[in-house]
Design a binder for this molecule. Structure first.
Ligand SMILES: NC(=O)c1ccc[n+]([C@@H]2O[C@H](COP(=O)([O-])OP(=O)(O)OC[C@H]3O[C@@H](n4cnc5c(N)ncnc54)[C@H](OP(=O)(O)O)[C@@H]3O)[C@@H](O)[C@H]2O)c1
Length: 284
């Protein structure tokens, strides 16, 4: 049986659907099992990474787990959710662990790097004995769903750093690779997959693609740097983490790099933003 954490999220949700469709016994962890809309064959289970004691029942009997954390960097002295999830997997005797991390998160020595390095080490530590795979994607195409509220109100969307390109990746491609790593041979054991989509686009360009698909003339409203900073603080990031995000954003990172991994692993091209937007048009 495979336990999927973040099972109501973009990656975990796709992964649950994929595993269930393949006839794999799958358990979907959520803090609201009664509300989870799951495919036939998937079983909802309660689990809260902020409450480590709740995780033992969720992890019991799992052979493989997909781990993700929604805890915002710097909102605790260390990544307590990642640490709790990995510890629960170890207590349950899980063998195979696929962890969703982030591209270059652990690079450098800023608070983001310290956080991601600790989070990944909780899974890769040889003492744990996991057969692990790390997924390190850049920006997600699903970030464009953050525009839905503004698009209900009109055709203008306030987007910070709208001209900064990124090779965003479709969460469905991440889920497909996670499923392979959880189910297949040892091919993905001890492997770090750095992942991107097939082309580098700015949010301005992504909005134009979306506008074409929705048949609307959508426009970007630029967000001044100060307002972008305030927005990040609104997510609960402490100021040193906001500084680190700003440095990474303004000094450039590897987010715009088109990486060959999806095509190499899946044997077909990574899904484009146009494909993603067509698949998700009803959500707008
Ligand atoms: N967005 C990006 O551009 C990007 C880029 C690189 C890496 N990432 C990484 O990808 C991950 C986000 O993946 P996603 O987009 O698939 O997630 P998502 O759609 O944002 O969903 C968040 C998931 O986390 C679960 N969750 C929240 N708090 C929880 C808690 N206390 N205990 C257990 N589960 C909890 C939620 O489940 P319930 O609410 O049902 O409990 C939900 O399933 C993050 O780790 C992020 O760092 C994101």
């Amino acid at each position: 049986m495979i336990l999927v954490t973040g099972a109501t999220g973009h990656v975990g949700g796709e992964l649950v659907r994929r595993l269930a469709a393949a006839g794999e016994p799958v358990r979907a962890m959520t803090r609201r099992p009664a509300e989870a809309r799951l495919p036939a064959g998937a079983q909802a289970v309660y689990g809260d990474a902020a409450d480590p004691a709740s995780l033992d029942a969720a992890f019991a009997g799992a052979d493989g787990v997909f781990l993700m954390s929604a805890q915002a960097v710097g909102t605790a002295p260390e990544p307590t959710h990642d640490l709790a999830l990995a510890a629960a997997a170890a207590r349950a005797g899980v063998r195979r662990v696929v962890k969703l991390s982030t591209l270059d998160g652990g690079t450098g020595s800023d608070p983001i790097a310290r956080w991601q390095t600790t989070a990944e080490a909780a899974v890769t530590d040889p003492a744990r004995g996991f057969v692990w795979t790390l997924l390190r994607p850049g920006r997600f195409m699903s970030n464009a769903l953050r525009w839905t509220g503004q698009l209900r109100a009109g055709d203008e969307v306030a987007i910070p750093f709208a001209d900064r390109p990124a090779a965003s990746v479709d969460p469905a491609d991440l889920a497909e690779i996670a499923a392979l790593a959880l189910l297949s041979t040892e091919q993905h054991a001890g492997v770090v997959h750095e992942l991107s989509g097939p082309q580098s686009l700015t949010p301005t360009q992504e909005l134009a693609v979306l506008g074409e698909i929705l048949g609307r003339d959508l426009r970007v409203r630029p967000v001044p740097t100060d307002a972008a900073r305030a927005g990040m603080a609104g997510y609960g990031f402490p100021s040193e983490v906001v500084d680190a995000i700003m440095r990474r954003t303004l000094d450039g990172d590897r987010g715009a790099e088109v990486l060959p991994t999806v095509e190499k692993v899946l044997g077909r091209p990574a899904r484009t933003f146009t494909q993603w937007a067509r698949a998700h048009r009803d959500e707008y």
